[in-house]
Every structure is written in C-alpha cells, then in structure tokens.
Write a protein that binds this ligand. Structure first.
Ligand SMILES: *[C@@H]1O[C@H](CO)[C@@H](O)[C@H](O)[C@H]1NC(C)=O
Ligand SMILES: *[C@@H]1O[C@H](CO)[C@@H](O)[C@H](O)[C@H]1NC(C)=O
Ligand SMILES: *[C@@H]1O[C@H](CO)[C@@H](O)[C@H](O)[C@H]1NC(C)=O
Ligand SMILES: *[C@@H]1O[C@H](CO)[C@@H](O)[C@H](O)[C@H]1NC(C)=O
Ligand SMILES: *[C@@H]1O[C@H](CO)[C@@H](O)[C@H](O)[C@H]1NC(C)=O
Ligand SMILES: *[C@@H]1O[C@H](CO)[C@@H](O)[C@H](O)[C@H]1NC(C)=O
Length: 486
C-alpha cells in the first residue's frame, strides 16, 4: 500500500499535468525566446542543404516525403517574418538561398521545370507572396546577378494575369496550370485570391495603378461568381463545365486570410476608400466568427470535433491565417480591433498545445499537446506566436518603393509568354488527341503507356498527369470534394 503510494507520487512528479510551451505572452522577450525554440524545431524538417537534397524544398513530394513543393515557398515566407519580428538572422542565409534557388533562372517566375508538370497557380503564387513579403520587409537583397524580390513577385503576377480565362465563368484563374492536370477544369478562390493579393500589394509597393485595376477585377469576379457570398463567407470553388455554379462550400482559413490581406492593402493604397473598408471589415468579422469561434483558431473544414481529416497541406493553413491577419493590421487600422483579440486568444491556445521544448501539435483548443506535429504545425505555432509582436514599436509596417523599400523591380518580368503557350496550354488538335490517347492508355496499363512514350507521338505526351497517386486522390477529394489541395 505505502509503496504503491510512493510510486504514484513519483509518477506524478515525473509527468507534469500541464506541459505547455514555456512563454509569457505579455513579454516580447519571452515570446522571442519561445519563438526561437519553435523555429529551431521547424528547421529540423529542412534538409535541402544536405548532400543529395534539393535546396528550397521540404522533404517530398510524396512518396519521397510528406511535403509538396509549394510548402517550401510557404516556409520561407514564414522565416522572412521570423527575422522581421524577432530580428534573429540565423536562418536568413537558408531563406535567401531557397527563395532564389527555386525561382527558375533565367525566367525567374517560380515555374521550375522540376515542378511544372504538377503546378497549380496557387503553388506558384505562394512562392510569389513570400518574395513580395521579402520586398515589403526589406529582407536582405540577393546579389545583383540573382533574381530580386520585387521582380519575382511581378513575374508571378504577370504570368498569372496572362492566364486570366474569360472563356468560362466570365473570367477567373484556373486552379492548375498544365491543361492535362486534374483540377485544370476547376476555378478556385485560393488561386484567384493570391492573384488579388499580389495585385493589391504590388499596387501599394510600386504605386502602379495597373496592379490595382487587376486586383479590383479579380475581387469583383470572385464575388460575382458567388465564391464570396453576401455574408462574407469564402467558398472553395467550382468547375468550368458548370460555369462555376457548382460551388463547393468548404471554407479554409488561409483563403480568407489571403483575401483580407489583399483588402487591407487596397484599403491602404486607396487611402481608406469606403468601399474597400466595408469589404475589409465584413470579411475580417466573418473570418473571426468562422475560424476563431471557440477561441483558438480551428481549421473548420477538416479539424472536426471527433477527428482531424486534414491533408498535410491543410495542416499548415493556420500559420498563414495568423501571419496575414497580423500584417493586415499594420496597413489597415480598422481591422485591428476586429482581429487582435482573436490572435491573442489563439496564441494562448497554441501555447497549451505545445511541449516546453517547442514541439507543437495541431489542435489548439484542448489544453494539451495532441501529438500531431510536423512542419505545418510548427509553422502554425511560430506564425501564431511571432504575430503577437506586430504591435511592438520596433516592428516596421510593410514598406513601399517610396518609404524605404529597396528591392529592385522589373515591370515585364516573367519570361516569354510564348513558351508558356506551347508548353502548358492545349493548342492544337494534335495536342488534344495526344492527351486523350494518354488517358486511354492509362486505362490500358503501363505497357501500352511505355509503348506510347517510345513511339513519341505528339507534344501531349509530355503532359501526362504524372503526379503521385496520393496527390491525385487529394485533388479529386478523398474527404472533401472537389479539390482543396494548394
Ligand atoms: C537588430 O539587429 C541588428 C544587428 O543585426 C541591430 O543593429 C539592430 O539594432 C537590431 N534591432 C532591434 C530593434 O533590436
Ligand atoms: C531539380 O531536380 C534535380 C534532380 O533531382 C535537382 O538536382 C535540382 O536541384 C532540382 N532543381 C530545382 C530548382 O528544384
Ligand atoms: C457564366 O457565369 C458568368 C459569371 O457568373 C456569367 O456572367 C455568365 O452569364 C454565365 N454564362 C452562362 C452561359 O450562364
Ligand atoms: C497605410 O499604411 C501605413 C503604414 O502602416 C500607415 O502609416 C498609413 O496610415 C496607412 N494608410 C491608411 C489610409 O490607413
Ligand atoms: C523606386 O524608386 C526609385 C527612386 O525613386 C526609382 O528609381 C525606381 O525606378 C523605383 N522602382 C520602381 C519599381 O518603381
Ligand atoms: C505598370 O504595370 C504594368 C503591368 O505590369 C506595366 O505594363 C507597366 O509598364 C507599369 N508601369 C510603370 C510606369 O512601371
């Protein structure tokens, strides 16, 4: 009896009931120390500088690792913010190196041949937004012979604006870039949200009205087609065969955040126009209701009460939610009172969901670590924590070319549009036939496929959907249909 009691006491003292992140959220110094631990943990997922590895990307894409190409772009944006908020320079080399390595020299448009066959506008766009952030924060400029942050963002914007498709749904960007990909027939809010976001931010940074006109056009289209409804919900997307009326009503936090950030920049660029202000307040208020209803952020489409059914991509969305809302309040004062209390509550929940060593889980509303960690979860935790520093005086707001931003732009960046025409679009009947035959051969099996490849009929052969099965399953939607993958 006595011995059992002693054992029980020992067990209790060895396993503290409450093992949260060690942080005082009222203290910037404490936030920085905790952020350093989370960042160090996050960077253990990056192996791109090791022999035989590819710089810039997280391990993947599946089946070679968990992460798709775009998430590397998202990681480096997170690390630009990490430096910006904490003044810690220890990952600046990896960040600059990665954002330039994956740019795809000499076009420098974030469409490297290694990844074009499975490239979505949103994948390319995430790298572009991280480059834009580097320009806005005056992150260290690459040497002159390397691509520059502003020019990279312009290249992504230009190549995407050139893909604007008026043939279906009255406009809009498609999700996928190569015509033979699953999801080429889907026009989604995330791809269009990123084009809107880049347009708004380029308008503010450069003062060039052309970008603002584009941003306005993209926003209006997204609303007209019903992806943003009258209550400020933002839905996932619809198909061109249905003129985009078959709207999938799944809502994702990063889509909302990307639109809010763009709205904040349009508000700022237009010197507080009432129209942009109304949209900004509407969307920000609704976003707080949908994603912060119970305090800490919840990825409502896949983080269900009974179980989590988020893909690896979705496991990282909360980080962008926090980071993009925080940057928005630097350029748009009216959004501050709407989102700041939620960002604080959410960070409290996040801290409970971590271990003292900076390993963080996915759920932030249970009061303890759920054991579900990964690069996405670490980015989420870092995003939530460091974003609290946005109110500190030493953190400058996003700059512009007129207020000290030093990044050098190139208005016509993006490469030769003819190359894109030939490579990524269905141009000729022969191409279409090629793709159709490939589908047929896919059904007939690998032997026939090999025969087809060696016969080398037509350009279409290059554009067989060679994404791994898991990715295709994600695109078609195993849990949520249609596609929700970035
Ligand atoms: C940030 O670090 C630099 C040195 O890397 C230093 O000169 C500067 O004063 C620091 N800024 C703040 C706000 O701590
Ligand atoms: C493309 O893939 C090759 C082979 O894996 C690799 O050596 C190269 O670094 C990759 N480039 C990019 C930009 O990912
Ligand atoms: C398709 O949708 C667009 C945008 O909502 C609309 O303007 C157009 O009239 C629609 N076309 C048809 C044929 O319904
Ligand atoms: C735009 O952002 C800057 C930087 O934060 C700020 O000083 C300025 O007041 C903002 N403009 C408006 C109209 O809110
Ligand atoms: C930024 O401003 C500088 C100085 O006014 C000017 O020389 C440069 O062309 C501008 N760059 C862009 C991209 O507008
Ligand atoms: C403004 O941006 C547009 C679109 O990229 C570009 O064609 C134009 O040259 C730019 N104007 C200036 C003055 O840079």
């Amino acid at each position: 009896m006595e011995i059992r009691m002693i054992w029980a006491l020992l067990a209790l003292s060895a396993a503290p009931v409450h093992a949260a992140l060690d942080v005082d959220l009222q203290s910037p110094a404490s936030i920085k120390t905790a952020a350093k631990a989370i960042a160090a943990n996050l960077m253990t997922y990056y192996h791109g500088l090791e022999p035989g590895q590819t710089p810039g990307i997280l391990p993947g894409p599946p089946p070679n690792g968990d992460y798709y190409w775009w998430e590397g772009g998202a990681l480096w944006g997170t690390m630009v913010d990490y430096w910006h908020y904490t003044n810690e320079t220890e990952y600046n080399f990896e960040t600059e190196h990665s954002l330039t390595f994956q740019a795809n020299s000499p076009q420098n448009n974030y469409m490297p041949p290694n990844w074009t066959a499975s490239l979505g506008n949103d994948d390319q766009g995430f790298w572009g937004m991280s480059a834009m952030l580097a320009a806005e924060n005056n992150f260290q400029n690459p040497p002159e012979d390397k691509p520059q942050w502003l020019a990279l963002a312009q290249a992504v914007f230009n190549t995407q604006a050139a893909r604007w498709d008026t043939e279906h749904c009255g406009g809009g960007l498609r999700w996928q870039i190569p015509f033979s990909n699953n999801g080429y027939n889907y026009k989604n809010a995330i791809a269009n949200g990123i084009l809107f976001n880049l347009g708004a931010r380029l308008a503010r940074y450069t003062g060039n009205e052309t970008y603002a006109k584009w941003a306005t056009k993209v926003y209006d289209w997204t609303e007209d087609v019903g992806y943003i409804d009258s209550e400020w919900n933002i839905y996932d997307g619809g198909h061109v065969e249905k003129n985009c009326t078959d709207i999938n009503k799944a809502q994702f936090s990063y889509t909302a955040a990307i639109f809010i950030q763009g709205l904040g920049f349009m508000y700022n660029y237009t010197n507080a126009s009432p129209m942009w202000e109304a949209r900004l307040k509407g969307l920000a208020s609704r976003t707080v209701e949908v994603f912060f209803e119970t305090g800490a952020a919840v990825e409502v489409a896949c983080e269900l009460q009974t179980h989590v059914q988020c893909t690896t991509d979705m496991l990282s969305f909360k980080g962008y939610l926090h980071r993009f809302l925080a940057q928005t309040l630097q350029v748009a004062e009216p959004v501050r009172d709407i989102v700041l209390p939620s960002l604080r509550k959410s960070a409290e929940g996040m801290a409970q969901g971590c271990n003292p060593d900076g390993t963080c889980g996915f759920r932030w509303n249970t009061g303890s670590y759920d054991g579900q960690t990964g690069a996405g979860q670490q980015m989420n935790a870092l995003g939530a924590l460091m974003s609290l520093l946005v109110v500190e005086e030493y953190v400058p707001p996003p700059l512009t070319n007129a207020t000290g931003g030093t990044s050098v732009g190139k208005a016509d960046a993006g490469g030769d549009p003819d190359v894109e025409q030939v490579v990524l679009k269905p141009l000729t009947t022969a191409d279409r036939a090629g793709a159709g035959i490939l589908t047929l051969l896919g059904l007939l099996g690998m032997g026939a496929y090999m025969a087809f490849m060696s016969a080398n009929w037509g350009e279409g052969a290059k554009w067989v959907d060679n994404r791994p099965e898991k990715e295709i399953a994600d695109a078609v939607g195993t849990h949520l249909s249609p596609p929700t993958r970035v």
